[in-house]
Design a protein around this ligand. Structure first.
Ligand code: PEP
Length: 260
């Protein structure tokens, strides 16, 4: 069943650094990367943040074994809203939980765009994740056109209200603010813009969740070793969702070590 989040148990809120490997890696290079990440972890002081790796679904069982005893958690990149059924090619939340996942990324902008996932779909998936005992990492973020039109705050607030279900608590939900134009582009918002967007997400969550202040909000979009520190130092930033840079063990661990 669902385990209380360590942060909820201690009253502290450790940052979360989540690696989104997307559709990258076969078994051999995945195992080599995990060995390198564990090597970095052993060579450093204990991580101030929590770390979760979200590989492609085919690698979940392999990584479960490889991560054993490392303290690094395992996650997935999507799940279906139903616990079972005639949904060819999909994976249900209980399957991910059985395979050893603690987290599941939901509503990533690449899925919202490629599979027309609406806020309602993301919300239903998050409910399914919670029912299976998984922690949901729910992604929100504006497009470049929306930011240019001055609508970034309105868009992320609406996505936050509509994508985060009633079942969300600080121990089962993390929201990731990921401006679409920053993903994989090398561009990042200013720290002031990140702060404003995170405040908007927090405000939106506060409309429907009494304990909204405890829900961690990650920043995602071209986070690298070189820019992680000032982003992770922002008061409302509870960690990072890292795509491209998570495929390089040393770069990824440098981001983990940038946690305040
Ligand atoms: C992502 O896709 O979740 C992401 C943050 O990607 P990148 O770090 O490569 O911008």
């Amino acid at each position: 069943m669902h385990r209380p989040h360590p942060a909820a148990m201690t009253g502290t809120r450790r940052p979360l650094i989540a690696a989104n490997w997307k559709m990258n890696s076969l078994r051999g290079d995945a195992l080599a990367r995990i060995a390198a990440i564990i090597g970095c972890a052993r060579a450093s002081a204990p991580a101030r943040g929590e770390v979760v790796i979200c590989p492609p679904a085919t690698l979940i069982w392999t990584l479960r074994e490889a991560l054993q005893g490392s303290g690094i958690m395992l996650g997935a990149q999507d799940c279906h809203a139903k616990p079972s059924g005639a949904h060819t090619g999909d994976i249900a939340a209980p399957m991910l939980a059985e395979a050893g996942c603690r987290y599941v990324i939901l509503g990533h902008s690449e899925r919202r765009a490629a599979y027309a996932e609406s806020n309602a779909t993301v919300r239903a998936k998050a409910e399914a994740a919670h029912a299976a005992g998984l922690d949901a990492i729910i992604c929100v973020g504006e497009s470049e056109a929306e930011r240019k039109a001055g609508r970034a705050i309105e868009v992320v607030m609406r996505q936050s209200v509509e994508s985060v279900p009633e079942s969300a608590t600080p121990s089962n939900t993390v929201v990731a603010y990921e401006p679409i134009w920053a993903i994989g582009s090398g561009q990042t918002p200013t720290t002031a813009e990140i702060g404003d967007a995170h405040a908007a997400v927090r405000q939106a969550l506060g409309r429907r969740h009494a304990d909204a202040d405890g829900i961690r909000i990650l920043y995602g979009g071209s986070v690298k070793a070189g820019n992680a520190k000032p982003i992770l130092a922002l008061a409302l930033v509870g960690g990072a969702l890292v795509g491209g840079a998570s495929l390089d063990a040393q770069e990824f661990w440098a981001i983990v070590e940038s946690c305040p």
